[in-house]
Design a protein around this ligand. Structure first.
Ligand SMILES: [Zn+2]
Length: 283
């Protein structure tokens, strides 16, 4: 059926008082309003930095902000489907808290500009001048998952729940959607980050197994300092290349051809000083 048939039928139906229409009247009004916005042009303002959340547009329906080179770190649980809210409700509840709350607080501590929860994971956004902080935060969380989260949950459930870790970087558009307030509540709105890095970081994370961090080549390009690319030398004294090149060219889900994976966590002997000096590289 062509669009013209649809229009003709719609006109005919309107003349036929026995036809109700498919949707409730308020639903039709919502759709009509949104189709009105869709048919008009959008106003995009370029900004350099991730804005404070209250400054992200919500009222003007066609206003967006555009931010270049936003870094997105994405972490979530590997194997969370083995946790059951029905069978092991208390352990599941504790595991979710331990993973998600720790993730949010670690990214906050490292100065993430925006943090949100997505499914059973957390994503954190950093500005383009914070690549080493983004990396240090993600390795810190990865170290926590390996050292604490996985063994603690395994002791209670006999299930191996690991972590997925991914980082990407690219331009994003942001605005808020939803109801600005509803009965004095603001929980019917949220920020929407449109663009590659959030999706790509989540997809990279989904590839990561065995506690590895996967990053795109465009994020990896920031890491010029040896502290981010080579080990501290423990235990043999040899400083070795930490990252493994991964060929992505056969995977159509990604818009880049090369990724890099990192196995190691912070070293017990040097982790603290390595982490601090990585973060200092951003300032
Ligand atoms: Zn060391």
């Amino acid at each position: 059926m062509s669009l013209f048939d649809d229009v003709r039928d719609a006109l005919l139906f309107r003349e036929d008082s026995t036809v109700e229409g498919k949707l409730l009247t308020p639903i039709e009004q919502i759709i009509e309003t949104e189709l009105g916005h869709f048919s008009k042009s959008v106003s995009i303002t370029n900004v350099d930095q991730i804005p404070d959340t209250p400054k992200i547009p919500i009222q003007n329906p066609r206003t967006w902000l555009k931010i270049p080179n936003v870094i997105c770190c994405f972490v979530d649980m590997e194997g969370s489907t083995k946790l059951s809210a029905g069978l092991h409700d208390k352990t599941t509840a504790k595991a979710y808290r331990l993973f998600t709350e720790t993730g949010i607080r670690i990214f906050h501590e490292f100065g993430a500009e925006y943090i949100d929860i997505k499914g059973d994971g957390v994503f954190a956004l950093f500005n383009q001048d914070q690549p080493y902080s983004a990396l240090a935060a993600t390795i810190s969380f990865k170290t926590f998952v390996y050292e604490h989260f996985t063994p603690k949950v395994e002791a209670l459930t006999e299930q191996h729940i690991g972590g997925h870790f991914g980082i990407d970087q690219k331009t994003v558009l942001v605005r808020r959607f939803g109801l600005k307030t509803y009965q004095n509540r603001t929980d019917r709105q949220n920020e929407v980050w449109a663009g590659k890095p959030i999706n790509m970081a989540a997809k990279l994370a989904s590839l990561s197994t065995d506690n590895k961090l996967w990053v795109s080549d465009r994020f990896f390009g920031n890491l010029r300092d040896e502290k981010a690319t080579h080990s501290c030398g423990c235990p043999s004294g040899n400083k070795v290349e930490l990252w493994t090149e991964e060929n992505m060219s056969d995977d159509s889900r990604f818009d880049f051809d090369t990724a890099y994976s990192l196995d190691s966590n912070w070293c017990e002997k040097h982790g603290r000083s390595f982490c601090s000096s990585l973060v200092e590289l951003d300032s």
